[in-house]
Design a protein around this ligand. Structure first.
Ligand code: AMP
Ligand code: MG
Length: 316
């Protein structure tokens, strides 16, 4: 069932997690499908609910930076700088794992992905559960990430033991994922924290390919974040087809012409606002029944990098 994320509901949800249950909960990025991150059977239920074809590594969420650091075997100085600056926040750090992190969480890798969410309800839930919470996005495999409790309900129905409703998520795209190679940051996935902010503290990032880091599923699968309709990337002002079979996702200005539905990500051209609205807009355009959704390219800096990454995958 869905419950508003009141202190009482959060307490109930934390008890479900401690019993090995699965709870969908809000974070500032997207809704997560959470389970006890130290309980392999509970984590397995998460994969099952998402309909994931295989075990991909999960992100462990902690309630404080100090607790999060204990999930790593060691923390290089550059990583420590990022933790101090950006946790809690939409930044996931990948480092060698502590022995107690189960293999199902890391899909057999020797490294683990960890983050401290900024959303206060998420942190209260994790703190009350008293253990790290493993949580991928609360959507069916390969479908759009949920930014509201209603999105979760639409895709997963009654499968989670509980859905905590904390309203619309504020950042709206998944976390930025970084690791380190020779003291330099390596970007594994663009996301809610702009790469520029990481580079300001740690110097220029090494491209993942150069660092010998294979892109890892699922966030890194070529096709992902897919709406039910076909998505086509277009430049603003490009000639597109109109009519009931077409929907249009604009960056900052409503397009001319008749469409099944249109959405504008940010009237003021603000990339942060655009990211927060991205998945909600795609969900709405998908519901219009259009066969094709045109999506305008956005400026590829700051959060625009994460938006373009998601749009490219949805179009693949
Ligand atoms: P999500 O399902 O949105 O939570 O995405 C989790 C992402 O974290 C995936 O795209 C993985 O590629 C990434 N990830 C998790 N653990 C690791 C790890 N140990 N090394 C590299 N990437 C990881
Ligand atoms: Mg996901």
């Amino acid at each position: 069932m869905t419950e508003r994320a009141t202190p009482a509901a959060i307490k109930k949800a934390s008890a479900i997690l401690r019993r090995g249950g699965v709870v969908a909960f809000p974070t500032e990025t997207v809704y997560g499908l959470g389970a006890d991150g130290l309980d392999p059977a509970a984590c397995a239920r998460v994969f099952e609910m998402k309909g994931r074809p295989r075990f991909d590594p999960l992100i462990l969420h902690e309630s404080s930076p100090a607790r999060a650091r204990r999930l790593f075997a060691r923390v290089p100085a550059a990583a420590r700088r990022l933790m101090d600056a950006f946790w809690p926040g939409p930044l996931t750090i990948v480092l060698p794992k502590a022995a107690r992190v189960p293999d199902i969480v890391t899909a057999g890798l020797k490294t683990v992905a960890v983050r401290v969410p900024a959303n206060a309800q998420a942190r209260a839930l994790i703190k009350a559960a008293g253990r790290p919470v493993a949580a991928p996005s609360a959507n069916r495999f390969g479908r759009l990430s949920p930014t509201t409790a209603a999105h979760v309900k639409k895709q997963l129905g009654g499968a989670p033991d509980m859905i905590l409703d904390g309203g619309k998520t504020s950042v709206g795209v998944e976390s930025t994922i970084v690791t380190f190679s020779g003291g330099r940051p390596v970007l594994l996935r663009p996301g809610g924290l702009p790469l520029e902010e990481i580079e300001r503290l740690c110097g220029p990032a090494v491209p993942a390919a150069k660092a010998g880091k294979k892109p890892l599923a699922p966030g890194c699968l070529k096709k992902h974040y897919a709406p039910g309709a076909r998505l086509k990337l277009v430049d603003r002002g490009a000639k597109v087809k109109t009519g009931r079979a077409f929907a249009y996702l604009a960056f900052d200005r409503k397009p001319a012409g008749k469409f099944a539905a249109t959405a504008v990500l940010s009237q003021t051209g603000d990339l942060r606002e655009a990211a927060a609205n991205l998945f909600g807009a795609l969900h709405r355009l998908e519901l219009s029944g259009a066969r094709v959704i045109y999506a305008e390219r956005v400026p590829p800096h700051g959060l625009g990098r994460a938006i373009m990454d998601r749009l490219r995958r949805a179009a693949a």
